[in-house]
Design a protein around this ligand. Structure first.
Ligand code: PEP
Length: 247
């Protein structure tokens, strides 16, 4: 399977940041993995213009479950596609926390995204309290079952395992802990969507940076990364792309 390095710019970036995209594309004109950047919605169309004809793909960070209507401030999957996006991140822990998104809502968004023709990147992950209580596999198993459409395929779905306590903190699980969760997710995903699960990219996310990327990408069932802070600069994200290309 072709691996995926995905960058989540969160609420960062203005027109001045678009030079990072051209720098990334110039430095990695033919990587051995997929490259995706998910900027804030205000930049999607402009970033898609800059990325045209390069291997850099563009994604959104959320979408509404409906295709249009009276939902002030929201954006539909169709609108993301129309702006030049091919992917959308759904159920990121910051949205689950800041906007109280439930598994059922993430599922509805994922169904809408796939129906519109986007690839849905569904995020799951435990809090520190849940890990300390020994509930990690329970929590991610429940989130996966509740947020992943049963008819998703390797072509329409990506899963990002992101321990909440590892996001933006500089802390990561041990390699053995990541390996345990990813192997578990492959099994649970097979129970949810069947044989297609073998080809679904399982990304690890949470403080991935150039210095730890190689060891994380060597873990079985880690098929790429969802990267926050280190995706904002072409040099850092490019180093992660290079590590994934070499894995
Ligand atoms: C994220 O936002 O999905 C993320 C993993 O952030 P960071 O890489 O900054 O921890």
């Amino acid at each position: 399977m072709r691996k995926l390095a995905a960058g989540n710019w969160k609420m960062n970036g203005t027109a001045a940041s678009l030079t990072e995209v051209s720098a990334l594309a110039q430095a990695h004109p033919a990587p051995a993995c997929d490259m995706l950047l998910c900027p804030p919605a205000t930049l999607i169309a402009r970033m898609a213009d800059v990325a045209k004809g390069t291997p850099v793909m563009i994604g959104g960070q959320d979408c509404h479950a409906k295709s249009s209507g009276a939902h002030t401030g929201d954006i539909s999957a169709e609108m993301l596609l129309d702006s030049g996006a091919s992917h959308v991140i759904l159920g990121h822990s910051e949205r689950r926390t800041d906007h109280a998104e439930t598994d059922a809502q993430v599922l509805a968004k994922a169904e809408a995204a796939i129906k519109a023709g986007l690839i849905a990147i569904v995020c799951i992950g435990e809090t520190e309290a849940e890990r300390d209580a020994g509930r990690t596999l329970d929590v991610v198993g429940t989130q996966l079952h509740g947020s992943v459409p049963a008819d998703a395929t390797a072509a329409t779905l990506v899963i990002a395992y992101e321990p909440v306590w590892a996001i933006g903190t500089g802390r990561t699980p041990t390699l053995a802990e990541i390996a345990e969760v990813h192997a578990f997710l492959r099994t649970r995903l097979t129970a949810r969507i069947g044989v297609q699960a073998a080809g679904v990219r399982l990304l690890y996310g949470g403080s991935v940076k150039p210095s730890n990327a190689t060891e994380i990408f060597a873990i079985p069932h880690v098929d790429g990364a969802l990267v926050g802070g280190a995706s904002l600069k072409a040099a850092d994200f490019g180093a992660i792309v290079a590590a994934l290309s070499a894995a």
